[in-house]
Design a protein around this ligand. Sequence first.
Ligand code: PLP
Ligand code: COI
Length: 359
Amino acid sequence: MQITIEKVKDEELKPLYTDAAQLGFGKVFTDHMFTMVYRKGQGWVEPKITKYKPFEIDPAAVVLHYSQEIFEGLKAYAAEDGRILLFRPEKNAERMYHSAERICMAPLPVEYFLEGVKTLVNMEKRWIPKAPGTSLYIRPTLVGLGSALGVHPADEYLFYVILSPVSAYFKEGFKPISLYVEDVYIRAAVGGVGNAKTGGNYAASLLAGAKAQEKGFSQVLWLDAKERKYVEEVGAMNMFFVFGDTLVTPSLSGSILPGITRASVLELAEYLGYRAEERMISIDEVIAGAKDGTLTEAFGTGTAAVISPVGSLFYKGENYEINNFQVGPITQKLYDKLVGIQYGREEDPFGWVQEIGRF
Ligand code: PLP
Ligand code: COI
């Protein structure tokens, strides 16, 4: 792939952030972005790196009317020895391919995704923050363009990648969060698009999320669409429940996102000697465990959220604390190991991290 590079002039580069620990999530963007377009008859063409700037798109573009949009999220990490690392980027490229197929978009070949991401990140390496817990968040996005209002797949697509230096996703940092168990609204149903990373899933979750936040909760814990009985996932992460030395995470029912952090934690848990189960888990089982203390820990997993301890669940008018709202030892151990691998501090027996450049 021959990427055309239009570099922003040195004197027009944005000033860097001053305090990396205060970045928050997804508010600051770097100088450049990667773009590539798909046209019927031509395939994927015109890979480019240009200035980060607004797009001009047709008001009748399919994405603006029928939500033909998918995205990914991964991070670049600064290792202390000067390496720039990505964590399992091919998994994001593959998931984006499947998401595209699910909502009838032209899928982007995995190698274009990877080359676009790696080239852009290397060019923007001055933006990769080095403070503890910070990283460069990578947001690959694919949208349907074209110009026609009939409901049909677009005949033109835009793939782009933007970068944002970030600190913790939750304002709490690595501290327990409180979740609202939603038993009215649902996020996604089996047979729908809950297992594709498409923007509409997030739009569908906004109202319940806003209501939960008004009541002081960080996010919503979703239940299944049919019976409101089984635990699904959280707004931006998969869930794990710890019963003694056994971890339980909801199975990939078709309506939850197959998280890359989730898959990694399952492998890591077994490697560290815990039992790990993927199965349906009812909210009643979780609440009973919280009440009698057999549920010893709970946490969520995600690229943005990393591993986030869950300290309480609010369900049907009652609040249930888990582990006295403290970070549990298994959550801590998994967090230390995962983050250690991601930042290149710990040995990586799984071959998950890839060096893509150096400072
Ligand atoms: N579930 C949802 C709804 C998400 O948005 C995310 C974030 O990407 C996850 C789970 C976790 O997925 P991953 O670990 O691949 O980031
Ligand atoms: C991620 O963790 O990468 C996500 O996509 C979560 C969220 C910010 C939507």
